[in-house]
Design a protein around this ligand. Structure first.
Ligand SMILES: [Cu+2]
Length: 161
């Protein structure tokens, strides 16, 4: 009887591990997070920002609800809005991405607001993030720390006025 119990336990564990692997690969095929980067901040900074590209290769809409990292005390989804020449940041509850679509988190637009860094991060450091979606899917992605300017990258469509 003791032997049977052990075989049973081992089988359950094996199936569980297989399921985890399946879920991980399914998520990786559906969601692609690329160019994930964190803006280098001075040692005393209480917050910095993160940027990335997200593409939904699945056949259904996905909804990014939160991003977490053990390297920060708190993370919010923000959008910078310019109204009457004044820039302000608005917290977003979630970001929906249609099937086959994508969204760009970039300077001057959508960004991750990263509060209370656990330590000082320097250019070249790697920080791990977990992206959480409304359907329970989780995607882990590494970010590179970079010196990123506050202004959006120059857009060739806007160089001629
Ligand atoms: Cu912000």
């Amino acid at each position: 009887m003791k032997m049977n119990a052990r075989i049973f336990t081992t089988s359950v564990l094996a199936i569980f591990l297989l399921l985890c692997q399946f879920q991980a690969s399914a998520a990786a095929e559906t969601v692609m997070i690329s160019n994930l980067r964190v803006k280098e901040a001075p040692p005393a900074a209480t917050a910095t920002a993160g940027y990335f590209s997200l593409h939904n290769h699945g056949s259904a809409e996905i909804e990014l609800t939160s991003v977490t990292s053990t390297s920060f005390g708190g993370i919010e989804l923000h959008r910078t809005v310019i109204k009457d020449g004044v820039a302000s940041m608005q917290r977003q509850d979630s970001i929906k991405v249609p099937a086959g679509g994508g969204v760009e988190f970039k300077p001057g637009d959508l960004h991750l607001m990263l509060f209370s860094p656990a330590r000082e991060f320097r250019t070249g450091d790697t920080i791990e993030f977990v992206f959480h979606f409304a359907d329970g899917m989780e995607v882990t992605a590494p970010a590179k720390v970079e010196a990123i300017g506050d202004q959006p990258a120059s857009d060739p469509h806007h160089t001629h006025h």
